[in-house]
Ligand binder design. Structure first.
Ligand code: SF4
Length: 399
């Protein structure tokens, strides 16, 4: 997105209209369990009615109860009265020459977030946001420059997947265009735990998007207690934003490391891998020229990964994803030379560490990794609220 586009004020829903809007339950906010409970307890209906409505929403992209022809007229009228199926508003969307597609989605009267679809051989991955902005202040991240505004609701998270799925003509279980979802967009997903877990359950539900557990990935900057909590309630794949193999350097790039240093982070990753024996953990490593891309960094990273494999007792428990830095306006970091990226990867591969280099996609629409930047208004007040909440969780020195 160009600088000019970024400055277009978002007026998705006029404030007066929003104020006048009746408060109906948005069914995007409910996972299967919530839908079943709502149908049983509020409507006095059988559970299968909830499943029927979910299939209309997630398999056929229908949001108008009148079109749900296998549901009786009386029930449709009651649903119309008390509920709605309201996806986020598309402010604009844009396709890249390489097939990448980006949506700017309005979340409320003044905030918007970005969602990106990245097609590749035999797979289609959607990168989904969990917060408006982010307060963790990773030094190399475009989102961080906007500060934090608020958490997204379950409806706003699953609504991103629904919008892309509808646009792509995705048909769950029949013709999948959308095969993977990564919670790697704007925000730290583990700081919006309940809404993210609920949305991820809809991604994997047979009546939802029906994706396999391993095809839904949550990426975290390393909130250790929340990684443990996630392992208790969900079977999704885990990606950890590591970016440095030792604490001093990592703290300078990811301030959260001050609170949860690498040893504690790796301990929690070992616990996660032991609870989910068949899944690998991906360690994301953004390569920045002259900062963390030297051979000594690669050797230290290889040692860390080998140690992790040994503790989990599996040769392929750790995967490394190298991401050459994508520069954005105002950043002090630079993209490394291709030869340095290849040399870094070779050191890891020579140590039998499974290592991929992420190809840059969607460069021409600013959809490359680390470039996501929506429109965040009123962030100052929210930022201080957020810091207070972090303080309550004991992570104030990280933000
Ligand atoms: S890298 Fe992720 S956690 Fe860090 S500031 Fe950016 S969005 Fe937040």
């Amino acid at each position: 997105m160009s600088q000019d586009e970024r400055q277009i004020p978002v007026q998705v829903l006029p404030t007066a209209e929003a104020a006048a809007a009746p408060s109906r339950l948005n069914l995007f906010d409910l996972d299967r369990e919530g839908m079943e409970r709502f149908f049983a307890e509020t409507l006095g209906e059988k559970r299968f009615r909830a499943h029927q409505i979910m299939k209309w929403i997630y398999h056929r992209h229908v949001t108008d109860f009148a079109e749900m022809t296998d549901v009786g007229k009386a029930l449709r009228a009651r649903l119309e009265e008390s509920c709605e199926i309201r996806p986020p508003a598309v402010v604009f969307d844009k396709g890249s020459a390489d097939g990448t597609h980006k949506w700017l989605l309005g979340m409320d009267a003044s905030n918007a977030i970005e969602t990106v679809f990245i097609p590749d051989k035999g797979r289609g991955t959607l990168c989904v946001s969990s917060q408006v902005g982010c307060g963790l202040n990773c030094q190399f991240c475009s989102t961080a420059t906007q500060g934090f505004n608020r958490n997204l609701s379950t409806a706003e998270i699953i609504g991103q997947v629904w919008t892309a799925s509808k646009h792509l003509g995705n048909r769950a279980h029949i013709e999948r265009k959308l095969t993977n979802v990564v919670m790697m967009g704007m925000g730290e997903p583990l700081l919006n735990f309940d809404n993210v877990v609920r949305a991820m359950s809809l991604m994997r539900d047979d009546n939802g998007f029906g994706l396999a557990n391993k095809r839904v990935t949550l990426s975290t900057a390393g909130l250790v207690p929340m990684i443990d909590r996630l392992s208790e309630v969900s079977d999704v794949s885990l990606a950890v934003s590591l970016h440095a193999p030792e604490d001093e350097l990592r703290t300078s790039l990811v301030p959260l490391n001050r609170k949860y240093p690498i040893a504690e982070l790796m301990d929690s990753c070992v616990r996660y891998a032991q609870r989910k024996p068949r899944t690998s953990i991906t360690f994301e490593y953004t390569l920045m020229k002259g900062v963390n891309d030297r051979p000594e960094h690669a050797r230290a990273l290889a040692r860390l990964m080998k140690k992790f494999d040994a503790r989990v007792q599996r040769a392929d428990a750790a995967k490394v994803n190298l991401i050459p830095f994508n520069p954005f306006d105002g950043t002090r970091f630079e993209r490394p030379e291709d030869a340095d990226v290849r040399a870094f990867q070779k050191i890891l591969l020579d140590q039998q560490v499974l290592t991929m280099v992420r190809r840059t996609r969607g460069d021409d629409i600013d959809a490359a990794c680390g470039q996501l930047k929506g429109q965040v208004m009123d962030r100052t007040r929210r930022q201080s609220d957020f810091r207070r909440k972090l303080e309550a969780r004991g992570v104030s020195d990280a933000a």
